[in-house]
Design a binder for this molecule. Structure first.
Ligand SMILES: Nc1nc2c(ncn2[C@@H]2O[C@H](COP(=O)(O)OP(=O)(O)O)[C@@H](O)[C@H]2O)c(=O)[nH]1
Ligand SMILES: [Mg+2]
Length: 367
């Protein structure tokens, strides 16, 4: 290979010289502008230097005004350039490989989450909006087990271990009213709560019912009241409600039973709201069956939310193994579950709610 260096005023002129002297196969492998310092440089104007190379030297006798460059010097300089480029490429390669593996990790995690959310086994009874919440808590666990799902879910649940029935001597009594759809177990549950407050907590309890719709309903509660030695008052209007609450000021706890209303009976629910309206201290306990369906959860929440319930009791847990509506209700209502009832026996069949109990319902063993 022949390599030569040329200097000239323009690149165009130098290119012509290279072709003329080294032949059209010559290649310019380097060019640069040179500024000679001082007056001479200025007088000369801009100067260019090119280095050209050609595989085969021209035949003897051809013009030769270029300066021969020692081939070894050029090759050494190119070699060190190539090595520099190689090092940079290696670094880039390493960085790209690290990025690739991080990207792959992310894709795998997303796939894992997708597969988990596709597998409805553990989360089949759980409100869809919670799936992501539960799964994101399981991110760090490979192949999570049922217990891992339960733990992750229990952290999202709002529960309170029962209602705190306390002596209120000298202050106004605590007032709780059960409201909810027909036949869900309000009266039975109220009797269970009354028995707990009277027999276990030894409190002075007053019972009120506004369920005047059916004669049998009053009789049903009167029976429990008699058994427990508790005063029962039947109330029809908000005025009477206010009067009776005033009359019960010596009680520790007042428990109020209401008539069941279907979620679409908005008039009936408003009538209950009307009777409660004279006593803002009433804590409404939304009473719903544990086996309610998702659609029922939505309509019950929509229609009973005008009563501004402060907690939930789930009834008839013993009658169902399908709990796909309750987490929808929890999501909508965002209030704690306080009790779960699991049978008709008064007072035994009621349990204070706990996240463990609700989680076991939402993710059962065979889940
Ligand atoms: N299996 C079962 N039945 C219950 C439970 N609670 C109430 N019941 C029954 O459900 C029916 C309706 O109960 P009731 O208290 O009158 O409902 P209400 O209309 O909401 O007041 C009665 O036969 C109760 O014995 C429960 O937890 N489990
Ligand atoms: Mg009833």
């Amino acid at each position: 290979m022949m390599i030569r260096r040329y200097r000239g005023k323009t690149l165009e002129a130098l290119r012509e010289t290279v072709v003329k002297e080294m032949g059209s196969a010559a290649v310019i492998i380097h060019n640069q502008k040179i500024n000679d310092a001082g007056l001479v440089g200025k007088l000369k104007g801009g100067q260019y230097e090119v280095i050209a190379a050609v595989e085969e030297p021209l035949k003897e006798g051809s013009a030769n005004s270029g300066t021969n460059i020692p081939t070894e010097e050029i090759l050494n300089s190119q070699k060190s350039q190539y090595m520099g480029i190689r090092r940079s490429m290696k670094m880039l390669d390493d960085k790209l490989a690290a990025l690739d593996s991080r990207f792959e990790d992310l894709v795998n995690k997303e796939k894992q989450i997708k597969t988990q959310s596709d597998s409805p086994d553990e989360l089949q009874f759980i409100h869809e909006g919670w799936h992501k919440k539960v799964l994101s808590r399981l991110r760090k666990i490979n192949n999570p087990e049922v217990e891992d799902y339960r733990k992750a879910l229990s952290e999202s649940l709002l529960t309170a271990g029962g209602i705190y029935f306390r002596p209120t001597t000298g202050t106004a009594p605590d007032i709780y009213a059960l409201a909810g759809p027909t036949g869900v177990g309000k009266t039975t549950t109220l009797a269970k709560l009354c028995a707990q407050a009277v027999l276990k907590n030894k409190l002075n309890v007053g019972l009120i019912t506004i369920d005047t719709f059916r004669v049998a309903a009053v009789d049903q509660l009167r029976e429990y009241a008699n058994l427990l030695g508790v005063e029962l008052s039947v109330v029809f209007t908000e005025k009477e409600m206010k009067k009776q609450i005033d009359a019960f000021q010596d009680k520790d706890v007042i428990l109020i039973d209401s008539q069941g209303r279907g979620p679409h009976d908005l008039e009936g629910i408003e009538a209950i709201q009307q009777v409660f309206s004279s006593v803002p201290e009433i804590n409404v306990v939304l009473t719903v069956p544990a086996g309610l369906r998702k659609q029922d959860a939505v309509s019950i929440f929509n229609s009973f939310s005008c009563l501004d319930p402060s907690c939930i009791i789930l009834t008839k847990k013993d009658e169902t193994s399908c709990y796909d509506g309750i987490s929808t209700l929890f999501e909508l209502a965002d209030i704690p579950v306080v009790y779960v009832t699991n049978g008709q026996r008064v007072p035994e069949d009621i349990k204070p709610a706990s996240s463990g109990l609700i989680t076991a319902m939402l993710i059962p063993d065979n889940g």
